[in-house]
Design a protein around this ligand. Structure first.
Ligand SMILES: Nc1ncnc2c1ncn2[C@@H]1O[C@H](COP(=O)(O)OP(=O)(O)O)[C@@H](O)[C@H]1O
Ligand SMILES: [Mg+2]
Length: 239
């Protein structure tokens, strides 16, 4: 079963959409559009497919997200009770740590509760590196992500985890192991070329899907992310 992102060019690169019930990492440096892409996945899911969705932020103020998304063609206020926006800045997240000694179960059970409350089919956690920051050392982090992934899979939701990576690199994760725990990776690149930055998107991995492998250009517009799935990314790619 394929889950359409509702982003036409991206669905084309995925030959239809994301694999249903799987967990996909969306990685990119700051400003590449991870939050926008994640919200389009939820917004389109509700508007076009009637699939309820949960968006959990670890980073931004919820009202600010609503404001920002309204400039990107998404009025979150019209989604009604098929939509939940939960979480808040990292300060809020740190409360979990104080209360629970970094027990991953607390955040997971909050997600599980909301998912079952609204019958969510789509989940976004944004950004997952801030969640992982709550844990000490790579072993604990990897264990936390594996536990989270296990629970998300058990819920039967299709989930996107965004991941902020370093600037001007082709890195696809922060800690270097996230890509192994998930079922798929979509990478957003923002690479300096002469006087400008070129934005490109690629599907690096997607279990069970015969996907495209090229890097394709994309833009963030007042209607969200638009992917040009048949155009070359860099000028020198042109024939
Ligand atoms: N209405 C808009 N039209 C075009 N580009 C926009 C608009 N709103 C935001 N952007 C661009 O999107 C970027 C933010 O995208 P965001 O999804 O928050 O990125 P990330 O989550 O990867 O940091 C902004 O830095 C800006 O460049
Ligand atoms: Mg973001």
């Amino acid at each position: 079963m394929r889950i359409s992102t509702g982003i036409e060019g991206l669905d084309a690169m995925l030959n239809g959409g994301l694999p249903g019930g799987r967990i996909v990492l969306v990685s990119g440096s700051t400003g590449t559009g991870k939050t926008t892409l994640g919200m389009q996945f939820i917004y389109n899911g509700i508007k076009q497919f009637g699939e309820p969705g949960v968006y959990m932020t670890f980073e931004q103020d919820k009202d600010r997200i609503r404001e920002d998304m309204s400039t990107l063609g998404m009025n979150l206020n019209e989604l009604g009770d098929r939509f939940r926006l939960v979480g808040g800045p990292i300060a809020t997240v740190y409360k979990y740590k104080k209360k629970t000694k970094a027990e991953v179960e607390d955040i997971i059970s909050e997600v599980e509760e909301i998912v079952s409350e609204i019958g969510a089919k789509r989940v976004v956690l944004d950004p997952i590196n801030l969640f992982l920051m709550l844990f000490d050392g790579d072993d604990e982090r990897r264990m936390a992500l594996a536990t989270l992934a296990e629970h998300l899979t058990a819920l039967g939701c299709t989930s996107l985890l965004t991941c902020e990576v370093r600037e001007q690199t082709m890195d696809i994760s922060r800690y270097g192991f996230e890509e192994f725990v998930v079922d798929g990776v979509i990478a957003l690149y923002n690479i300096k070329q002469g006087q400008s930055f070129l934005q490109g998107i690629t599907v690096r991995k997607m279990r069970g899907v015969k996907h495209h492998r090229e890097i394709r250009p994309y833009e963030i517009t007042n209607r969200g992310i638009v992917v040009y799935s048949t155009q070359p990314w860099l000028p020198e790619d042109e024939e």
